[in-house]
Design a protein around this ligand. Structure first.
Ligand code: HXC
Length: 257
């Protein structure tokens, strides 16, 4: 089964990509991320498409990177797999991308939503960076983008405790554009995409590039630093324990080594 469903002409000028691992709450394994990268590349090259919406399902946008896939990886394995080059390519998409988030947007799921240009959330959405509970830390931009979006003290609390933000809190904190009832979140995202699609595609592309320049100054350095520390977590016994505990459905016993 495909890990994503792509509908290039879902709505006039709007493509929809749906994350499609419902049983795993759309956990972002390497295959899904590679398919997402390829789909975005194709949609970016399709002149009929002017904006892209990425959605999960009502229960989950995505509950993070796939813990089962990472559980027994070493720091060097993670470094060599180099999954973040896929994320870097996603970031290079020229057309605007809107995340339509319902349910869980956790870990890599929250990071994927933040990698998009805008976020529409359903009232049931929750945002979090719970990696710390697994003995690791965010690795796909969470420490950088969340801090920019909601400020240092709130980001620090979320990243160090794994506490979630509700959709309303996320809206008040500036993490999401708008919160709507669950039955409307996809329509609202399509509407926002359509509003953008009515504008000059050239001006939209140049404007997106310009906003990103304001946002990305220092981001590259921050992402690089975060990535190295993320890999280093995989040199610890606590990472093995944290992920084993998740898979075995028990509380982890962290030893600090
Ligand atoms: C692999 C996952 C998963 C994940 C859920 N599942 N999240 N599998 N990776 N991130 C699987 C569960 O194992 C389970 O499979 C099924 O999806 C349903 O999940 P449940 O836990 O039974 O559902 P529920 O009790 O409703 O709890 C939902 C939840 C919980 C609160 C979202 O699943 C959870 O805490 N998930 C992990 C969230 C997390 O820590 N994310 C960060 C990952 S690290 P089975 O087979 O048991 O039915 C990360 C690093 C990013 O994202 C940096 C690199 C990109």
């Amino acid at each position: 089964m495909d890990s994503i469903l792509v509908r290039p002409h879902f709505h006039p000028h709007i493509a929809l990509i749906q994350l499609n691992r419902p049983k795993e709450l759309n956990a972002l394994n390497l295959q899904l991320m590679a398919q997402l990268r390829d789909a975005l590349r194709q949609l970016d090259a399709d002149d009929a498409v002017r904006a892209i919406v990425i959605a999960g399902n009502e229960r989950a946008f995505a509950a993070g990177a796939d813990i089962k896939e990472m559980a027994n990886k070493s720091a060097i394995d993670m470094f060599l797999i180099d999954q973040f080059s896929t994320w870097d390519q996603i970031r290079k998409t020229k057309k605007p991308i809107i995340a339509a988030v319902s349910g869980f947007a956790l870990g890599g799921g929250c990071e994927l939503a933040m990698t998009c240009d805008m976020i529409i959330a359903s009232e049931t959405a929750v945002f979090g960076q719970p990696e710390i509970k697994l003995g690791i830390m965010p690795g796909a931009g969470g420490t950088q983008r969340l801090t920019r979006a909601i400020g240092k003290v709130k980001a620090m609390e979320m990243v160090l405790t794994g506490k979630y933000l509700t959709a309303r809190e996320a809206e008040q904190s500036g993490l999401v554009n708008k919160v709507v009832p669950v039955e409307l979140y996809l329509d609202e995202a399509i509407q926002l995409a359509s509003d953008i699609a009515a504008m000059s595609p050239v001006a939209v592309r140049l404007a997106k590039e310009s906003v990103n320049l304001a946002y990305d100054s220092l981001l590259n350095e921050g992402l690089h630093f975060e990535r190295k520390n993320f890999y280093l977590c995989f040199a610890s016994q606590d990472q093995l324990e944290g992920m084993a505990a998740f898979i075995e459905k028990r509380q982890p016993q962290f030893k600090g080594k």
